[in-house]
Design a protein around this ligand. Structure first.
Ligand SMILES: Cc1cc2nc3c(=O)[nH]c(=O)nc-3n(C[C@H](O)[C@H](O)[C@H](O)COP(=O)(O)OP(=O)(O)OC[C@H]3O[C@@H](n4cnc5c(N)ncnc54)[C@H](O)[C@@H]3O)c2cc1C
Length: 339
């Protein structure tokens, strides 16, 4: 399995229901745990009904000298409560190497961030990766229930003092103003229209922000979204499927430098076919929104049953989510070795 054992070197109580877990990466794993700001780690969570995988974004940034995730408690949730209640400093936990595409696009323009609640974690990482390293102006619209639930409040104040003028924060507290509205988003957009926007937070918050930005004329290519949960939109296959279309009897999978030819059956996802053949590629949400199982198509036709990650350009350049990828035609070849 692609999990590695890392030790928790420190636990920080950020707010009453959010804790950061600082992890020690041993020297022999430092290459595997090299990451880009905005990426996430996948953890194996022990649970009475069987282990589950849970993703948590890195709230640290490369160069911080430590890697850190920040977990907010979800009422009744298996993973988040396990982090809060079962783990202590010094414990070892099972972690997959960093993954994810919520990273800074190349450019020098202004950056506009919209975060809601625990959605601040990858955005904190992105902001720290820019502060003091380039002069790109940044504005953060940060929505929370109330003042006590603002994660990283003190850390942001310190960062703003250390880098005066580069980062502006607009706090929005539901307790004082109700949920954020399109008018709030339009106000936050002023002066940042030519920049890139990065969104992470609860689904309804992100839908409202995205719709408002697009209506205001920001192109989709400049609006980046990180989802912590499936959007709930009905799944639309990436291409039309003809039920009579032939499927390959076997598919070729490149994984960790080896080439495997594995049996394939109609309706199977590539991930299922790989597992049935004894392979263990990365995966986490298995609903098409986390990209842990990303791969590239080399040959043949792969249709994604659900896709909340890739743009048309990504799909055209071969990116696939193997938990959602169904194979068609006589031959399909894909590779997990994309870097
Ligand atoms: C890429 C990515 C990055 C993420 N980064 C972060 C991060 O930085 N910080 C963070 O806090 N979170 C993050 N998340 C979210 C995180 O992975 C978990 O989804 C979150 O912690 C909830 O998981 P859980 O196991 O606690 O809850 P789950 O057990 O998955 O439960 C979620 C909800 O469903 C309800 N539920 C569970 N089972 C049932 C059932 N049988 N019937 C009815 N209701 C049920 C629970 O009561 C709960 O309200 C991220 C997710 C992704 C995909």
């Amino acid at each position: 399995m692609p999990y590695h054992s890392l030790q928790i070197s420190r636990i920080v109580q950020e707010t009453p229901d959010a804790r950061s877990f600082v992890l020690t990466v041993p020297a022999d794993l430092s290459d595997r745990f090299t990451y880009q700001a905005g990426q996430f780690l996948t953890f194996r969570v022990a649970h009475a009904e069987g282990a589950v995988a849970r993703c948590y974004s890195l709230s640290s940034t490369p160069g911080d000298g430590e890697i850190k995730v920040t977990v907010k408690r979800v009422v009744g949730g298996r993973g988040s409560n396990w982090f809060h209640d079962a783990l202590k400093q010094g414990d070892a936990i099972e972690v997959m190497p960093p993954a994810g595409r919520f990273v800074l696009a190349a450019g020098t323009g202004p950056l506009l961030f919209f975060a809601g609640g625990s959605g601040i974690t990858p955005i904190m990482s992105l902001i720290k990766s820019v502060l003091g390293k380039t002069r790109r102006p940044m504005r953060l619209f940060y929505a929370n229930r109330d003042r006590a639930s603002i994660i990283f409040d003190a850390e942001f104040q310190k960062l703003m003092q250390a880098h005066p003028g580069q980062l502006e924060i607009i706090h929005h507290l539901d307790a004082e103003k109700g949920f954020a509205s399109p008018a709030d988003v339009q106000a936050a957009l002023k002066g940042f229209e030519v920049g890139h926007a990065y969104l992470c937070g609860p689904g309804p918050f992100m839908s409202m922000v995205e719709a408002t930005l697009l209506q205001a004329g920001m192109p989709t290519s400049r609006v980046m979204i990180e989802r912590f949960e499936a959007s709930g939109n009905p799944a639309v296959p990436s291409e039309p499927i003809d039920d009579a279309e032939i499927v390959p009897a076997q598919i070729v999978i490149h994984l960790e430098g080896k080439v495997h030819t594995v049996p394939y059956h109609r309706g199977q996802s590539i991930l299922e076919a790989a597992r049935a053949a004894g392979l263990s590629p990365n995966s986490a949400c298995e609903e098409g929104f986390c990209a842990s199982c990303a791969a590239k198509r080399i040959k043949g036709r792969v249709v994604l049953a659900n896709n909340e990650i890739y743009t048309k350009e990504d799909l055209d350049s071969g990116w696939i989510l193997t938990c959602q990828g169904r194979c068609f035609g006589p031959e399909v070849e894909i590779t997990y070795d994309t870097t």
